[in-house]
Design a protein around this ligand. Structure first.
Ligand code: NAD
Ligand code: WQD
Length: 342
């Protein structure tokens, strides 16, 4: 059986992708993680949802020697899905070198390993943050990148460029770069979601934590020049993101890719305001959310949403879940955390 390596498999998007890979494919799946932003308990949660076993390796991908030692022991590696990275925009501004080190040396080591082992299928987690302040809406894959707004966004721009130049030197190497917009929500079972290791910066976990009295939502401005004055984003269910990885993997393995490096936006294509997200949460949870309107957040993009035509056409990917599904699953997950907290 062929093996797929998933780095960052204990994390938020990686864990949901493990579920989809285990449920929808026959691959042997190996998760590699150092638990710098996750816990081993996520593996137990995955096991509750899926029936197939998977292997796990605890490893810091920045440790090149250990990476080669541990991963060389695997056999028949057909591809690598690389999620592992740090992802906090504010943290990356406080300690940019940590972000350059973790995100870019882990990628570098993994590409060296892929090269040495002749592994020619690679999927990379990128982000809409590579577009900076996008010059057009909706954002297509051809929309030019502008200067990154954060060191985090810059690590993703650099990562994409590393893959691009490496590919030019090695024609056999085929990759898919997936630019996620705003992944939110949790597995629809409510048994797996984003585990709060540190205080979240993102809207949806702050909404659900506010609803249980563990946080207090301040909306960052309601006087923008948008449909209702609130910022606009393209929220996309994490299981739809996970499903796109299975499709991207098959796309490469079935040699359907037209480019050596295929870039795809992953969003629903719908621009949703912060107020609409709050109203959706209130609708599905049946409770009013106590929030206040605060000042604008520095560096916030006013509006960004995807043109997802290319992913739909090439990968045959169709986002399945609505905004209400995103909010309901996030709420079920928060309630699960409350019920199981010791
Ligand atoms: P996450 O923090 O939940 O998961 C990342 C996982 O990688 C964690 O389990 C962490 O322990 C692991 N990791 C980090 N550095 C590592 C290293 N050096 N060696 C081994 N393991 C390491 O993040 P996520 O939300 O699941 O994001 C996954 C990927 O998607 C990241 O590359 C992120 O930048 C990208 N992304 C995320 C979002 C988002 O909003 N969540 C949006 C766009 C792109
Ligand atoms: C969403 C909306 C806020 C918190 C970040 C990264 C991006 C990508 C996705 C990784 C915005 C508003 C939020 C709060 C609020 N990640 N908000 N009060 O900033 O769109 O994107 O995550 O690649 O790179 O920058 O996501 O969830 O922080 O914000 O009003 O307490 O919610 O202003 O309009 P963002 P977010």
């Amino acid at each position: 059986m062929q093996t797929i390596i998933v780095t960052g498999g204990a994390g938020y998007i990686g864990s949901h992708t493990l579920v989809e890979l285990l449920n929808k494919t026959d691959f042997d799946v190996v998760s590699v993680d150092n638990f710098s932003n996750s816990t081993k308990s996520n593996y137990d949660r995955i096991k509750k949802i899926t029936s197939r076993p998977f292997k796990t390796i605890e490893l810091d991908l920045c440790d090149e020697k250990n990476l080669f030692k541990e991963l060389s022991a695997l056999s028949s590696i057909a591809g690598i899905i690389h999620f592992a990275a740090f992802k906090s925009v504010p943290d990356s501004m406080k300690d940019p070198l940590l972000y350059y080190h973790n995100n870019n040396s882990s990628l570098l080591n993994l590409l060296k390993f892929a090269h040495a082992q002749n592994i020619n299928h690679f999927i990379f987690s990128s982000s809409c943050s590579v577009y900076g302040n996008a010059t057009e809406l909706p954002v297509t894959e051809q929309t030019p990148m502008t200067k990154a707004i954060s060191a985090y966004g810059h690590t993703k721009q650099m990562g994409e460029e590393m893959i691009d130049f490496f590919s030019r030197s090695l024609p056999a190497f085929q990759s898919v770069v997936l630019r996620y917009f705003n992944p939110v929500g949790a597995h629809m079972s409510g048994l797996l979601g984003e585990y709060p290791i540190s205080k979240p910066n993102n809207l949806v976990p702050i909404i659900t934590q506010t609803a249980v009295g563990k946080n207090s939502l301040s909306v960052f401005g309601n006087d923008y020049d948008t449909k209702d004055g609130y910022c606009i984003r393209d929220y996309i269910h994490v299981s739809d993101i996970a499903d796109a990885h299975v499709k991207a993997l098959n796309y490469l393995l079935d040699k359907k890719n037209k480019e050596q490096v295929s870039l795809f936006n992953l969003g629903t294509g719908e621009g949703v305001s912060v107020l609409e997200a709050i109203k959706s949460f209130e609708r599905v949870s049946g409770q009013k959310l106590a929030y206040k309107i605060g000042p604008r957040r520095e560096g916030d993009v006013i509006a960004v949403y995807a043109n997802n035509t290319l992913a739909k056409k090439e990968l045959h990917w169709l986002p399945e879940y609505s905004l209400d599904d995103m909010m309901l699953s996030a709420w079920k997950w928060q309630q699960h955390l409350e019920a199981t907290a010791s």
